[in-house]
Structures are given as C-alpha cells and as structure tokens.
Design a binder for this molecule. Sequence first.
Ligand SMILES: [Zn+2]
Length: 377
Amino acid sequence: MSGEHDWNKTSIRNLITKEWNTKCADCGAPDPGWASFPLGVFICVDCSGIHRNLSEISKVRSLTMDHWEETQIQFLENHGNDVAKKIYEANVPVYYYKPTHKDCHVLREQWIRSKYERKEFVGKGISNISYGVKKGNLFKKGRDNGQYLSRLFILSEMDGTLKYFTRPDAKEPKAVIKVDSINASFQPEKMKQFNGLQITYIKDNRTRNIFLYHSDGQEIVSWFNAIRSAQYRYMQVAFPTASDNEIVRRLTRNFIKEGYMEKTGPKLNDGFKKRWFTLDNRRLMYFKDPLDAFAKGEVFLGSSENGYHVMAETISSSHGNPMWNYGISFSTPERTYLFSCETESEQESWIHAFKSVISQPMTLREYTIEAQFKRRP
Ligand SMILES: [Zn+2]
C-alpha cells in the first residue's frame, strides 16, 4: 500500500515538473499545489479556493495532502495545463485582460468563471463580438460627499467615448470622456469595495479620478473589458501600423505604486504634509485623500539621461517637522522634491519604483507630455 502511495507521489511530481504545468493554469503563479477535475489543470492555492465555489464543474485535490488513485494520475497525464489552454482559452479576444496572481480577487474569479463556467473562449468564443455600445448603471462616488450614487454610463466604441449622466432623463451627459485618455484599474483595498474600479482620465492636462462599482462581479469586469475593447478599436484606427502587441500594452494598466508619503512645499520652511501618492507611468500625483477626484499636484518623471534623479536622504530638523524619517529626494531639471516615508522598506520600495521609471528613455510622446507639464502655471 505504502509502495503504491510512494509511486503515485513520484508520478505527480513528474507531471508537475513538465514545463506547462509549472505555473497555475489560471493566474500563472509558480509551483501550483492543486489539481482540478475534470478540467485536468494544475492550479495555485488561491485559484483552488475560487474553483471550490464552482463545485458543478470543478473538484479540487491537493497534490500533497490528498490520496491519489492511479486512474486520476493517468487522467492528468492525458490532460494538463497545455491541453486545457487549447480548449478553454482557444479564443480569448486580444484586448481581454488575463489576470495574474497579483491581481485582485474579482478579476481572477471572473476570469476562471468566464473560462470554465460560461465557456466564453471555447470554440469561436466571444472574440468576434464587438461591444458596440454598452449601457448600464454603475455606482459612482460623489465628488464632495463621498456617497455612491447610481449613474447611467454609456460606452460607445464608434465615438470612442465614455459618458455618464446624473439623471436618467438628462439630455446632456455630465462628462464625455475620450477612451484613449482613460485608465481603468481595480482598487478593492483603497476603495474598500470588493468590485471597486477606478477610472482615471486626463482633462485639460490634469488627472481626474472617478470611483465606480457594481455589486455583480461579472458586470464590473465586463465594463472593464468593454473599456479595453473600445480603447483597442480606437487605437487600431488611430495607429494603423501598430501591432496588436503594441496596442494592447497601451490599454489599461496598474499603477506602479501607491501609498502615503510626506512632502514639503517648494519653500524650505513649508513643513511636511502627509499625502497619498500614486505613481502612474511617468505621472506622480499626490492627493489629500486617496479617493479625491483631483490631485493636489502632479510631478512628471522624465529620464535620468535628461536630469531626473532620485536618492535616499537623511531627514534632519532643518527640513521642518516631519513625522517620518526615511527621506527621498527627487530632482527634476527645475526643482528638488523632498519626501519622507514611514518605514525603511517603504523608502526602498518608492526609490525602486522611481528608478524603474527614470531608467527608461523617454518616447517622443513623453517629451510632449513633459513640455505640457513645464507650461503649467
Ligand atoms: Zn492561480
């Protein structure tokens, strides 16, 4: 009995060392510790938790803790992640967002449901379906009182716009947002909303945030992918020579880093103020509150080749009165900013984030954005 058991353990180990099985079939996390039947995939512990809620279509077993029959191992040998991918991801639209293990729960759960439960990408899939116009109500955080109110949103692929209306019978939209200026990112923690989605767009060269959610996870993820689809179609027309890969890279993105730091004003004795910082590509924005509609200020991060530098800084009493001691100085060609972080690891993490941006040479488009920043009052 124990001989058979050992043999089975070895067989499983051989299976999961096959290249296509070394990463979770659903999120790409390394070293999956679970398998799902009858899907025949190896998945990570987080995704196995999601599969457990789909008991009609997936039964999960631990590779190490469960007892394995030879027939089950045989089954996995004939299936595995590469076979499943060919079936369940046969037709994922190019704009469609495939989450990684770093993404939030709602994105990962809906990806798994759309693959195996709704079979959206099996066979012909939904890849040829254009959203055209997507219309529906979403809860939007009010700018001043912070309450979430139901608002009608209309996304039009043809116009390349997202509009919202404060009243269902309103003739004019409250805002018309061009899809190519939008970034959408899920923010469940910051918004304290399981299905919270932040839409950021540029208006008059300033960043504007709106915070949305829908109680149904499928619906909010559908909005997210509809925005990506509209952006994709828009850019296909705007940049006819660009490849799919180049376009997809310019759809929605996660922020590089967010969190609190203190900053001083431009004058030496301005004192430190605690602010919420968001680093979005080359834009460093700071807010009084993480859910503010407008940034108090924005700093452009160029490249180290043209005068942008970052380094750790010892904060002394001559710098005013900071609560926190782990300093960072960030220099642009025009001025030096002084920030302070609560912990050493936050300081390191911010410096790392800044360096990851300024070590990249700037594109032509980014030179234009830099010039717009310089023209600001
Ligand atoms: Zn996973």
